[in-house]
Design a protein around this ligand. Structure first.
Ligand code: SIN
Length: 471
């Protein structure tokens, strides 16, 4: 852990970090709790005044150093990530670049936090809106993107003048430790960035009860997000929430099937299907259903499963046994209810790893659990549809609204279809829509607020309206 510029926690008991590719312990982190969270919050609170008083250009200078250090240390960050959570090494390298791009984007975006001058309704007044950093920010991040979810929060918070405390997932904290080392090398003043590892419930309790924390930014499950909304009510803490998704992917009769297959592969199998925006439910119009199933299954059969450290591997392990059990139960449920496995369908648990074969399942219907809930695994269920209205109705029939995908070559059909979809992110003939400069976030129970883009920094500033009377 790093609190107020010091590496601490050596006296505490530790938590093991386990490689899901083989069940071996790859490291340990201190099992911090309320006391350590309190210390981190105090440090961030004390650092807030001086940090927020720097110019945006000075803050950008620190962030740009961090950006460069991340690129220089891409390989080490990627290796740690793959070891602790199993992501194929090439994806880990890609995630480091993606993560660094948030730091670069927000270093610049901090210089564009504009206030407003508003025409007055009477003589002798000047009306202005000033922008102020929200204060101490606590970030709680998931295991599936161990570095990008941190920098997508850290970049805008620091650029806006907030100070920062991070609590990474217990399943992938070692990447955060490396990132913290790089923050230290970048020379951020002490207390501006703090890292606490350990008990999620104890650390979150301290964050929620401490009035000095003004903003929580969280990526994780909708269930935990709802809990945070309730817990934040007492102090009306600001919240940004990136929660669960259940992305529909729609392939219309006039789609270019090669583009569609490429898009589904990119969306579905990134991180072994363990992303909030991955395609979970694939709806294919009847005219291309058989051809799509065939082409897609051929591509899926080429995927290589194995330890992410092997350069040739496409699909790494799931995060843990509970993740594997969930995928297994979704597949069993679908098969019992009449769906057909075209390829895959089995768990692979040799040598202590928790893997699942990349799987295509056809003839699914809405009664099956995998069409109702996020599977979070490398399983692609395909349902036949007849009309666009049917596609819209199935796609929107969910409490989630994070991402959706549409494949059609017809501009008016695509436009009309997307206008009816209630999702915060849409990939049209594109299975990989994420980028630093665009707003990422969901409608409905998929969250509150947007990360990335110019909206990403607005989440870390408050408007202060100032009415100036002129003598
Ligand atoms: C996520 O789905 O958890 C994040 C994926 C992304 O940023 O592209």
């Amino acid at each position: 852990m790093n609190i107020n510029g010091e590496w601490v926690g050596g006296e505490l008991d530790t938590k093991d970090v386990v490689n899901p590719a083989n069940g071996k312990t790859v490291g340990t982190v201190p099992n911090g709790g309320e006391a350590e969270a309190e210390q981190a919050i105090t440090a961030a609170h004390e650092a807030f005044g001086p940090w927020s008083e720097l110019t945006a250009y000075e803050r950008a200078g620190y962030l740009k150093k961090l950006h460069q250090l991340m690129l220089d240390n891409q390989e080490e960050l990627a290796q740690i990530m793959t070891l602790e959570m199993g992501k194929p090494i090439n994806e880990s390298r890609g995630e480091v670049n993606y993560a660094a791009s948030f730091i670069e984007w927000f270093a610049e975006e901090g210089k564009r936090i504009y206030g407003e001058t508003i025409p007055a309704h009477v003589q002798g007044k000047r009306l202005q809106v000033w922008k102020k950093p929200v204060g101490v920010v606590a970030a709680i991040t998931p295991w599936n993107f161990p570095v990008a979810m941190l920098t997508r929060k850290m970049g805008p918070a620091l650029a806006a003048g907030c100070t920062f405390m991070m609590k990474p997932s217990g399943d992938s904290p070692l990447t955060a430790v490396k990132l913290m080392e790089l923050c230290e090398k970048a020379g951020f003043p002490k207390g501006v960035i703090n890292l606490v590892t350990g008990s999620s419930s104890k650390i979150t309790k301290a964050i929620m009860e401490n009035k000095k924390v003004r903003k929580i930014t969280f990526t994780g499950s909708t269930e935990v997000g709802k809990l945070l909304i309730k817990q934040s009510a007492d102090q009306v803490k600001r919240l940004s929430l990136e929660l669960g998704g259940h992305a529909p992917l729609i392939v219309l009769d006039d789609a270019n099937l090669e583009t569609a297959v490429k898009g589904v592969m990119a969306s579905k199998f990134r991180n072994a299907g363990q992303t909030c925006i991955c395609a979970n439910r694939i709806y294919v119009q009847s005219g291309v259903y058989d051809a799509f199933v065939e082409k897609f299954s051929e591509a899926v059969e080429q995927l290589k499963v194995g330890d992410g450290e092997d350069e040739s591997v496409d699909i790494g392990p799931l995060i843990n046994q509970a993740g594997l059990d969930k995928v297994n139960s979704h597949v069993e449920d679908a098969v019992t209810k009449g769906a057909a496995v075209v390829t895959g369908g089995e768990a692979i648990t040799d040598d202590g790893g928790v893997f699942f074969q990349p799987t295509v399942i056809k003839d699914v219907d809405p009664s099956m659990v995998m069409m109702q809930e996020e599977t979070f695994g490398p399983v692609a269920p395909i349902q036949k549809i007849e009309t666009i209205d049917e596609a819209v109705s199935f796609a929107n029939d969910t409490p989630y609204g994070l991402a959706a995908y549409v494949f059609t070559e017809n501009v008016s059909k695509g436009t009309q279809l997307i206008e009816q979809l209630n999702f915060g992110i849409v990939g049209w003939n594109d299975g990989a829509p994420s980028a630093a400069q665009v707003p990422f976030g969901g409608m409905k129970e998929s969250g509150i607020g947007r990360e990335g883009g110019h909206e990403g920094i607005e989440a870390f500033v408050e408007s202060q309206y100032v009415s100036i009377g002129m003598n």
